[in-house]
Design a binder for this molecule. Structure first.
Ligand SMILES: Cc1cc2nc3c(=O)[nH]c(=O)nc-3n(C[C@H](O)[C@H](O)[C@H](O)COP(=O)(O)OP(=O)(O)OC[C@H]3O[C@@H](n4cnc5c(N)ncnc54)[C@H](O)[C@@H]3O)c2cc1C
Length: 246
């Protein structure tokens, strides 16, 4: 049974009118980078709860979440209205297997996200584990508009700490943006544009994590399987590890 912490919201960041981050003070919570908790708000008809990935690394005093507002959704519009001092429920313990412990060794590690799917990678990249295990790590963040490229500065600070090892590749599908590619992820992989731009191979010696939009995950997974990669299962280790948000 999940336990609930009543946490106090300490900060909100509005990246766009429908993309925001919430920070809540809890003291350090036990979790593994990549895991998620449930956030909850008490509504007139009871508690509304949904899963959200932790953006911060383990051992932080504050827990941070990147949320996109689903216009007709039940919880995300309420989360968007939270302001510092408000209470939000956080379930304990954190759970999920979208963690590096579940990823086998590989020549390189591709971390591919759409939208808020970047969250678990930010938590992982703030730890030492990916840099100890992989010679090359490529973080690919696909969004519709450049304003949706949340945490760009944080990511650039990770890259500055790990030059030549960590590469950040934004993809902005609906407008040109300096340094960004502009197409769907499966197209960018099948025409090799992504691999060329990042100077890395993507093949059966790679490890690939996919997080976010279910269509991106389905299409990219199918393409990678055609390319000779396989789904990573505990009983049958492979190279594609996924977290689907809806
Ligand atoms: C393991 C896990 C981790 C998750 N982590 C995050 C996270 O870090 N940040 C985050 O914003 N969301 C995350 N989600 C999605 C989140 O749990 C909710 O589904 C989402 O916030 C919508 O909740 P809602 O109550 O507003 O909408 P609901 O009333 O539950 O549903 C509205 C409809 O919108 C669809 N939907 C759900 N999410 C989206 C979306 N992002 N874009 C478009 N349509 C959507 C659903 O299929 C549903 O039909 C995660 C989900 C899972 C399973």
């Amino acid at each position: 049974m999940a336990q609930w912490l009543n946490a106090t919201v300490s900060e909100t960041i509005y990246w766009t009118s429908s993309l925001f981050s919430i920070k809540a003070k809890t003291g350090p919570l036990p979790f593994i980078a990549g895991q998620f908790v449930r956030l909850a708000i008490e509504g007139p008809e009871g508690r509304i709860q949904r899963a959200y990935s932790l953006v911060n690394p383990p051992d932080s005093e504050y827990q941070e979440f990147l949320v996109s507002t689903v216009a007709d959704g039940l919880l995300s519009p309420l989360l968007q209205q939270l302001t510092p001092g408000d209470t939000v429920g956080i379930s304990q313990p954190a759970s999920g297997f979208f963690i590096l412990d579940e990823v086998p060794e590989g020549d390189n590690l591709w971390l591919i996200a759409t939208g808020t799917g970047i969250g678990p990678y930010l938590s992982m990249l703030a730890t030492t584990e990916p840099y100890k295990r992989f010679k090359h790590i490529i973080l690919v963040h696909s969004v519709r508009n450049s304003a949706d490229l949340a945490y760009k500065e944080l990511i650039e600070s990770f890259v500055a700490k790990h030059p030549g090892q960590l590469r950040y590749q934004p993809v902005v599908t609906r407008e040109p943006h300096p340094g960004a590619l502009q197409d769907r992820i499966p197209n960018l992989i099948s025409n090799h544009q992504l691999q060329q731009q990042c100077g890395q191979l993507l093949n059966s010696k790679s490890q690939v994590m996919l997080c976010g939009n279910p269509q991106m995950i389905t299409d990219t997974k199918a393409l990678l399987i055609e390319m000779g990669l396989s789904k990573n299962l505990r009983r049958n280790p492979g190279n594609i590890t996924v977290e689907q948000y809806w």
